[in-house]
Design a protein around this ligand. Structure first.
Ligand SMILES: [Zn+2]
Length: 94
């Protein structure tokens, strides 16, 4: 398995400089969730064949965690980008 990833800080490098952090998008359960929900969150992965968004970190250089859109069947990297926290929704004044 050899392909290249574009780090938002450092540019394009070989995949061996990075560490895979899992598929993105699975929401963390609330603290009040039962053991079954936590078990599902931690251990049950979709293992999708095709394009998915994933967490990667540039472990050999800047240590940045960022998102990569990759085809898991071909290892083609379609895009990479920094994660940005969505703006917080304000509670309506009541
Ligand atoms: Zn980097």
């Amino acid at each position: 398995m050899s392909f290249q990833i574009d780090c938002p800080n450092c540019g394009t490098r070989g995949v061996w400089e990075f560490h895979y952090g899992g598929a993105a998008g699975k929401s963390r359960p609330p603290l009040s969730a039962d053991a079954a929900e936590w078990t599902d969150y931690i251990y049950n992965k979709e293992n999708l064949r095709g394009v998915q968004t994933e967490w990667w970190t540039h472990r050999s250089a800047c240590k940045l965690w960022f998102l990569v859109e990759r085809n898991t069947a071909t290892n083609e990297v379609l895009s990479s980008r920094r994660y940005s926290v969505p703006p917080r929704q304000e509670e309506p004044a009541g």
